[in-house]
Design a protein around this ligand. Structure first.
Ligand SMILES: N[C@@H](CCC(=O)N[C@@H](CS)C(=O)NCC(=O)O)C(=O)O
Length: 209
């Protein structure tokens, strides 16, 4: 089994934190996105979507997408549960995780990739090139600001995103808040619940993964 990852990228970090929470060790290989190794022929033969994270099982099965990779490990190593303990919590974790991907991660990525010269012809990930659209950078930043507001509201009166248990939804939200540094956005004083929660989840040993 091998997990393809990149230390500086947010999506593979979500999987590494998830694995650390479960105490699972998986052999990893770095794909240097700065050097565009994800677009090299050698990596394309492993993952034709040209992104990380990507998991290859012992039988050669390839699994992409953070949520799918984590689902695999949640099923093979159920304890401790990180994607919910019962039907209700599983549904809530899935709902918030999906929302944070759409409204947090993709908003920040939209702001970064449509403005930063490093992504001039790489406004979207994947094997095909796309040009930047500067208006999308502005919209992405606005959406990311609103993601902070929504996350703060969800954390009002709750220890974690879905209640009293740390879950995958917290991992996704924490990684998004950290990732927002790339667009010079950080939570402010009006996000008191978010700041309280962030200090707590960032202190978990898994956060360093
Ligand atoms: N849908 C993917 C998104 C993964 C993703 O955005 N990966 C980024 C790193 S955070 C990537 O591989 N980027 C390659 C590129 O920039 O060309 C998932 O959830 O796994």
């Amino acid at each position: 089994m091998k997990l393809y990852t990149f230390k500086l990228a947010p999506s593979p970090r979500r999987v590494r934190i998830f694995l650390a929470e479960k105490g699972i060790e998986v052999p990893m290989e770095e794909v240097n996105l700065r050097e565009r190794e994800q677009l090299c022929q050698e990596y394309k033969q492993i993952n034709d979507r040209c992104d990380v994270p990507f998991l290859v099982l012992d039988d050669g099965t390839g699994i992409g997408e953070v949520e799918a990779i984590c689902r695999y490990f949640e099923e093979t190593h159920p304890e401790p549960p990180v994607m919910g303990r019962d039907a209700r919590e599983k549904a809530l974790v899935s709902m918030w995780n999906h929302r944070f991907e759409q409204e947090g991660f993709f908003a920040i990525a939209e702001a970064l990739r449509n403005a930063n010269p490093r992504f001039e012809d790489r406004a979207l990930i994947g094997p095909r090139d796309y040009k930047q659209i500067p208006e999308l950078a502005e919209r992405g930043k606005l959406r990311a600001e609103r993601f902070f507001d929504d996350l703060d509201r969800q954390l009002t009166g709750r220890e974690y995103v879905c209640g009293d248990a740390f879950t995958m939804a917290d991992i996704t939200a924490m990684v998004c808040v950290d990732f927002a540094k790339v667009i010079e956005l950080q939570p402010g004083q009006r996000h008191a619940n978010l700041l309280r929660w962030r200090a707590e989840v960032s202190a978990r040993p898994s956060a360093a993964a």
